[in-house]
Design a binder for this molecule. Structure first.
Ligand code: SAM
Length: 384
């Protein structure tokens, strides 16, 4: 594998990689149609992730931005997230909500509180409500189903759930109640690393849950963490191809941020540029997907939202959890979302988007089924 730009103009950059089938792949894939880009495999992705600072990286980001524009347009979907419980039965080595973190004060919102926060969000203009929690069996599938029905009764809004691993039958109950989408990150595609970071859990089970969700008709989101101790660049490339194999509609890619009350407290945070490069490559590999700007990225980088929006991102998820609970949902310290106003700052976001030539989506932001996806005009579909 060679990587050889040496200060040439961005449009002239070539990243070469030996590839048995086609000999070599050029970057930024000048004149290549989207099918070839979507066919990226691990050997092809690694050099993109190794793009050097300067022209190469800029070229990758610009390519992802054009792809985003061509396939999902300039509108940004704004989803209001309510973090309704910080109880968790898991002990993920990186997460501040882990069961073994005895220092954290725990809370659960009542169904009425969740519905009130959802109604406020909908009044503020959100067309998707995301309900997230630690993995907390206190809420049965029918409890969640009733909450979903309650939110749906407020109007024409989508509901996304992110409540962890459950049996297929429980996901079916939630789907039958009207839940539209489900977020469950695979976290890392390296099965051995997954096992070490998630005691008592397995990547295999995680993937089975994602497949069950897909089979039930949810729009499914997965994603992974950049900078986990033990991860290397090949792992990240594999993370991206796994997203493709799972045929996800959404993918969240954020940096690891160490939490002082976890076993990974002393490890460095994930790299912001690598997070942006992974997001950009994910956009090339999954051009139709909804790719959020993660809060973890905005936490490490003040202008993280704007940067991620220019590298393939097209979704923002402001925090609309009632203020009294927010700082208790401490996945990692000093989350950027603590600064979000009670309504998530939807007005400020609209202003920021306008300033960067984007706009707030007027739709719920569903990912269209494969057969209904428009095929962009040739000049939008290619990456020149
Ligand atoms: N329980 C649900 C689940 O398992 O999908 C959702 C809640 S979980 C707290 C939400 C996400 O937080 C995880 O998918 C993980 O990627 C992220 N996360 C947790 N700790 C983190 C950390 N220290 N740095 C970055 N992301 C973290």
């Amino acid at each position: 594998m060679t990587l050889n730009p040496r200060n040439r103009k961005a449009r002239d950059i070539e990243l070469e990689v030996s590839e048995p089938a086609t000999g070599r792949v050029e970057f930024p894939l000048i004149g290549t149609d989207r099918k070839r880009v979507e066919g990226l495999d691990v050997a092809c992705i690694i050099p993109l992730l190794q793009a050097c600072p300067g022209d190469e990286t800029e070229s990758l980001f610009a390519c992802a931005d054009r792809t985003r524009k061509g396939f999902v347009g300039d509108s940004v979907h704004i989803r209001g997230i309510i973090e309704f419980s910080n109880y968790c039965v898991r002990s993920c080595m990186y997460c501040g909500l882990r069961r073994d973190n005895r220092k954290l004060r725990r809370y659960r919102m009542t169904p009425d509180e969740i519905l009130a926060a959802s109604e406020n969000g909908i009044r503020s203009g959100y067309r998707t409500i995301v309900l997230q929690s630690g993995e907390d069996p206190y809420y049965s599938a029918s409890d969640i189903a009733r909450i979903v029905e309650g939110i749906k009764a407020f109007g024409d809004v989508a509901v996304t759930l992110s409540v962890g691993e459950r049996p297929r039958s429980e996901y079916a109950t939630m789907k039958a109640a009207g839940a539209d989408r489900f977020l469950l990150k695979h976290e890392t595609a390296d099965a051995e690393l997954y096992r070490r970071l998630h005691p008592g859990a397995s990547l295999e089970t995680r993937i089975e849950c994602l497949q069950n969700l897909k089979g039930l008709g949810f729009q499914v989101g997965s994603g992974f963490i950049i900078g986990l101790p033990g991860q290397d660049i090949a792992t990240i490339a594999r993370d991206i191809t796994l997203l493709k194999e799972l045929d996800v509609e959404m993918a969240g890619i954020g940096p690891f941020i160490p939490h002082p009350d976890t076993p990974l407290a002393s490890y460095p945070a994930g790299d912001v540029t690598m997070t942006l490069k992974a997001l950009a490559v994910a956009r090339l590999a999954l051009p139709h997907a909804n790719l959020p700007v993660t809060t973890a990225l905005s936490t490490l980088q003040k202008d993280g939202r704007q940067l991620a929006l220019s590298c393939g991102g097209n979704v923002i998820m402001p925090n609309i959890t009632p203020a009294k609970y927010r700082e208790l949902y401490e996945i990692y310290p000093d989350s950027a979302s603590l600064k979000d106003p009670e309504d998530g700052g939807i007005g400020e976001i609209a202003g920021m988007l306008k300033a960067v030539g984007r706009g707030v989506s007027a739709t719920k932001g569903d990912t269209l089924p494969r057969e209904k996806r428009p095929i962009p005009a040739r000049d939008e579909a290619s990456f020149q």
